[in-house]
Design a protein. Structure first.
Length: 111
């Protein structure tokens, strides 16, 4: 049995003390949306640190065709394209499956 009594009175706990439910209210975590008519999924990660696109481009150079500018990186794969923005948002083309889009993002960009 797990006892949580000591956690209920944690002074710094936003849930226990201030009744803030950031995860339940959707302010934390990731957001995904199928882009209607575009065969693509948009992924956004509000809590993610910015991505160094030049470093990511160097890492992905052997994986597929990479184009990069200060605003975005595009990775072209045989069946998909990943467009990654510096703030971590991405559009995964070639699928309308959110799970597949997340898996591709995790594989090529990271968590």
């Amino acid at each position: 049995q797990i006892k949580l009594d000591s956690l209920r009175n944690a002074v710094e706990c936003p849930v226990c003390q201030r009744h803030e439910f950031a995860w339940l209210e959707g302010r934390r975590g990731s957001h995904s949306a199928v882009l209607c008519g575009r065969n693509a999924v948009q992924l956004s990660f509000p809590e993610r640190q910015s991505i160094r696109l030049e470093e990511l481009a160097a890492r992905l150079g052997d994986v597929g065709h990479v184009t990069c500018n200060p605003f975005l990186l595009r990775l072209a794969l045989p069946e998909h394209t990943l467009t990654v923005f510096a703030d971590g948002r991405a559009i995964v083309g070639g699928t309308e499956d959110i799970a597949e889009a997340r898996a591709l993002y995790a594989r090529y960009v990271g968590n």
